[in-house]
Design a protein around this ligand. Structure first.
Ligand SMILES: Cc1cc2nc3c(=O)[nH]c(=O)nc-3n(C[C@H](O)[C@H](O)[C@H](O)COP(=O)(O)O)c2cc1C
Length: 189
């Protein structure tokens, strides 16, 4: 990626710490912008994600224009997003459906989104994967129009991010013993 720093993404935090610390954040953000250098690092992590057939069907629009962020917040009817210093919008390339027998657009953007969230966490930002809220009232199409996303792409996720003002508790996960098995489903090994 021309112009994107080819430095390691996890400088300050190892991958397991970033995984442990990541959580959805829907609170206020500290004032100030997300430097473009950090946004680029986060996006570089996202584009490195695996994708079916290596089709790389996910494109990203990083928004740090406050007017556009406010407009996205209005479309999604989520006032908190208006305060976010940056928002990344993940767009799925529908045209790839025609090229292969199988289409992995959802899996591709999901892998990319998790990379993005982990990289943001590693750099000290908090974020949330907003997907469900886009599926109502034609909101995804309205975000696409706002950002000039071509018709061959569908807006699938909006990720507001910034330095969190509040500390939020981690969500409880089910005990691993309920979900993780060895050699056969249900077996602790
Ligand atoms: C596919 C998907 C869709 C999601 N959609 C939304 C959404 O529309 N709005 C929202 O606030 N959070 C959304 N989330 C975040 C989840 O609510 C969150 O990941 C879950 O509650 C677990 O919390 P954690 O991320 O803190 O571990 C979504 C997450 C995923 C993976």
């Amino acid at each position: 990626m021309t112009g994107y720093a080819a430095r390691p993404i996890l400088g300050a935090m190892d991958i397991f710490t970033a995984i442990e610390k990541r959580h959805s954040y829907r609170g206020p953000y500290k004032a100030g912008s997300v430097p473009r250098a950090d946004l680029k690092k986060i996006l570089l992590a996202a584009v490195r994600a695996p994708s079916g057939y290596n089709e790389q069907t996910t494109s990203f629009v990083a928004v740090d224009d406050s007017e556009k962020i406010r407009a996205i917040s209005e479309i999604l009817q989520q006032p908190r997003i208006a305060d976010a210093p940056a928002v990344v919008v993940l767009c799925m390339d529908l045209s790839a459906k025609k090229r292969r027998d199988l289409y992995f657009g959802v899996e591709d953007y999901s892998a990319a989104c998790e990379n993005l969230l982990l990289a943001a966490t590693a750099l000290g930002y908090a974020a949330v994967w907003i997907d469900g809220s886009l599926r109502r009232d034609d909101r995804a199409r309205r975000v696409a129009e706002l950002l000039d996303v071509p018709d061959s792409f569908e807006v699938r996720v909006v990720v507001p991010l910034g330095v969190p003002e509040e500390s939020w508790p981690q969500k409880e996960k089910k005990p691993p013993a309920e979900r993780v098995f060895f050699n056969s489903f249900g077996s602790a090994g």
